[in-house]
Ligand binder design. Structure first.
Ligand code: AMP
Length: 340
């Protein structure tokens, strides 16, 4: 989607990926296949481009640093240093004045005994996404068992937030330090996976302003050129707490392709290429629904629906839990299907 947005602005994208069948390469000008530690392939890639970005925060820090030696990488290593590790990320939020749920490191038997954030969610510090590497725990025995099950890895125990809803702020920051936040999306997750994003969210202005302020605070604290998404909880008493960040286009911003003056992908391209940031006006109310696993097989229904805009990612296999595409319903609230 970034490559498509770049092409619209006249840029040619070259994709670097460890997979031979990179789906981004299907719509890009070129592809370099190489492992994340393949110095020669990275050098070949960097020689072909003017600026580098990433759309996956688990690219090893070494790989990003290696690219940075050769060409500008926007955003750089700093955002992934924090985004790749939940404990570092939470500490960074707090340091930046962004509130989070209470949390404890769980790295040893002593940590298990000292933990007070119960009931809570135990999460591995690295490599967890879409609800993977997580367990809900309510007792100390349950916590111990869950930690054993996660392989006694470095974990974080987060207090369970009694939230009213989940939202996200996606903020772009240009090379000149200008920031712009997309309208806040209302996110519905099931089994740890994002199912829908609705804009406008219908939340009070005070909550939206708070969320936007936190998103901008984050982009500035990261000294970022590019895009960052901040996922947040709105508590029942109206507080806004950060859950996690992603320094790249985010699934909860996919609605912007069809219903915003500038898409998040175009905004990323603008930010990293030193162009002025685009307008973020909402063109129409919209609801984005992810197509997960076999749900994508229903594409004939979506493609026949005049209120639906279908996006399929070109992934070969529809494995359970895999995001295969999304549909954005655009129009009046009357034509939007109920939030399933
Ligand atoms: P994560 O992978 O951290 O984004 O978690 C996936 C989803 O699990 C979130 O979007 C929430 O729906 C839920 N979740 C994660 N952490 C918490 C928490 N501390 N309290 C309540 N729900 C949570």
């Amino acid at each position: 989607m970034t490559a498509l947005a770049a092409a619209r602005l006249g840029y040619r994208s070259i994709i670097y990926s460890p997979e031979a069948d990179s789906i981004a390469a299907q719509v890009a000008a070129g592809h370099v296949e190489g492992a994340y530690d393949d110095e020669a392939a990275l050098a070949r890639f960097a020689a072909q481009v003017d600026v580098i970005t990433y759309e996956f925060e688990n690219v090893p820090e070494w790989t990003v640093a290696e690219c940075k030696r050769r060409k500008p990488v926007r955003p750089g290593t700093r955002p992934i240093h924090f985004a790749q590790h939940r404990l570092r990320e939470k500490a960074f939020f707090r340091q930046a004045g962004i509130g989070t749920a209470d949390y404890h490191p769980i790295c040893s038997e002593a940590d298990l005994a000292a933990a007070t954030s119960l009931p809570g969610i135990l999460k591995t510090c690295t490599e967890g996404y879409d609800g993977k590497g997580q367990a809900r725990v309510s007792t100390r025995d349950g916590l111990k068992a869950a930690w054993e099950k996660l392989g006694r890895r470095e974990c974080i125990l987060e207090a369970l937030v009694d939230f009213q809803c989940e939202i996200s702020a996606i903020v772009a920051r240009g090379l000149d330090g200008t920031t712009r936040c997309f309208p806040i999306g209302l996110n519905d997750h099931r089994d740890g996976i994002l199912r829908t994003t609705t804009v406008p969210s219908g939340l009070p202005e005070t909550v939206l302003a708070r969320a936007e302020r936190l998103g901008i605070q984050l982009a500035r604290s990261l000294d970022l050129a590019g895009l960052v998404a901040l996922e947040m909880f709105v508590t029942r008493d109206g507080r806004v707490l950060a859950n996690e960040m992603a320094p790249r286009p985010h699934n909860s911003g996919h609605w912007t392709i069809d219903a915003c003056a500038t898409s998040q992908f175009e905004q990323l391209v603008r930010a990293i290429c030193g162009l002025p940031l685009g307008a973020v006006d909402v063109l129409a109310p919209s609801r984005m629904e992810n197509l997960i696993g076999a749900e994508a097989n229903d594409w004939p229904r979506f493609v026949a629906d005049p209120t639906a805009r279908l996006h399929l990612y070109g992934k070969a296999k529809a494995r359970p839990g895999r995001k295969m595409g999304h549909v954005t319903y655009v129009g009046n609230w009357d034509v939007l299907p109920p939030n399933a």
